[in-house]
Design a protein around this ligand. Structure first.
Ligand SMILES: Cc1cc2nc3c(=O)[nH]c(=O)nc-3n(C[C@H](O)[C@H](O)[C@H](O)COP(=O)(O)O)c2cc1C
Length: 171
């Protein structure tokens, strides 16, 4: 049996929020054309050969079942000029199609929505899907990568706020 933690989920979130991350936009589309679009900072690379990455998604999100049905998933590493995309894709209550309605996108392999203004894009197929607590770890086999030449620096997220690298920390 697990011991009861001596902290609550707000404190846990605050502590984890001291780890600065980049910000990604994840997109997917099912064979029936149902789209998902969500902001994710739990992205990390996993394996070089073969190329694998992972992200975590809360299983109660409306995006989750769509991600599980989609043939291909795309991960966009957002630039500092894409904070509006990060905020839009993190808006609960909007469908993936409604979130994508507000941004410029093109269909990629297997029609997965791609945001061409993004500094770096990875796309691939689901490998392992591991349930852990209230989240699911999604491991992807990457088969497409794209780098935008001379792009802006990456958008960051730190202590609950979007920040530009090098900017003073928010209180
Ligand atoms: C900076 C930032 C990072 C986020 N990272 C994650 C994440 O890693 N996993 C996750 O499930 N949700 C994450 N979210 C929340 C989702 O983007 C948000 O809940 C989204 O609306 C998905 O819910 P929906 O699929 O029900 O629309 C993040 C939000 C923000 C603002």
């Amino acid at each position: 049996m697990m011991a009861q933690p001596l902290f609550d989920s707000t404190e846990f979130r605050q502590v984890c929020g001291h780890f600065p991350t980049g910000v990604t936009a994840v997109t997917a589309v099912t064979g029936d054309g149902v789209m998902a679009a969500l902001t994710v900072n739990s992205f990390t690379s996993v394996s070089l050969r073969p190329a694998k990455v992972l992200f975590c998604v809360i299983s109660s999100s409306s995006s989750f079942p769509i991600l599980m049905e989609s043939d291909r998933i795309a991960i966009h590493i957002l630039g500092q000029d894409q904070e509006d995309v990060a905020r839009r894709f993190a808006t609960s209550g909007l469908t993936g199609a409604q979130k994508l309605d507000g941004v410029s996108w093109v269909p990629g392999p297997d029609r997965v929505p791609l945001l061409p203004g993004t500094p770096a894009i990875l796309a691939g197929r689901r490998d392992e899907v591991i349930t852990s607590g209230d989240h699911v770890i999604v491991v992807l086999d990457i088969d497409h990568v794209h780098l935008k030449p001379s792009s802006v620096p990456a958008l960051s997220f730190y202590r609950g706020r979007f920040v530009a690298p090098g900017a003073p920390a928010a209180e």
